[in-house]
Design a protein around this ligand. Structure first.
Ligand SMILES: [Zn+2]
Length: 156
């Protein structure tokens, strides 16, 4: 029997400790979050993608009364990127969430389906994506690459 161990790594910051670029990524994701369509969960998620040319693509959760028809903020942004910038490079994905009353204190993590989609774009562009999670309590987690969330990526 062989034992396989994988290490995951995150850096934890406060918002004030970040550089201006990371702060801008967070501000973009907050802007995206403010436009979420989440009438059923009342839980709004915003995602910003910063591309290598410095441009942003924003996404937010889009719910539907037929629940499975909705989509997460991350995949709204990632699929817009994939559809419109087939040769683009994603540098940073930044995610933030809060509920209607604004008392959600966690750093929202991408769901399993979104992680797999992030992994697909990393493989396609042959570059890791920096992932920033921000909570309204000013706490920030940063990971260099999706394997920190999904160590056993689906490959074939
Ligand atoms: Zn998701």
């Amino acid at each position: 029997m062989d034992k396989i161990e994988k290490k995951i790594s995150f850096e934890k910051y406060t918002y004030e400790e970040l550089n201006e670029n990371d702060k801008a990524c967070i501000q973009q994701s907050l802007q995206a979050r403010s436009k979420a369509y989440a009438p059923y969960s009342t839980f709004s998620v915003g995602a910003s993608l910063q591309m290598s040319n410095g441009e942003y693509i924003l996404g937010n959760n889009q719910e539907n009364r037929a629940y499975p028809s909705g989509l997460c903020a991350e995949r709204v942004a990632l699929f817009h990127f994939g559809a419109n910038y087939p040769d683009g490079i994603i540098k940073t994905l930044t995610i933030t969430a809060n509920n209607k009353v604004g008392n959600y204190k966690e750093m929202i993590k991408p769901c399993g389906s979104c992680l797999q989609v992030i992994a697909e774009y990393e493989l396609k562009q042959e570059q890791k994506i920096r992932i920033i999670l921000y909570s309204d309590t000013n706490q920030v987690l940063i990971a260099e690459g999706v394997e920190n969330f999904l160590p056993m990526i689906f490959l074939f």
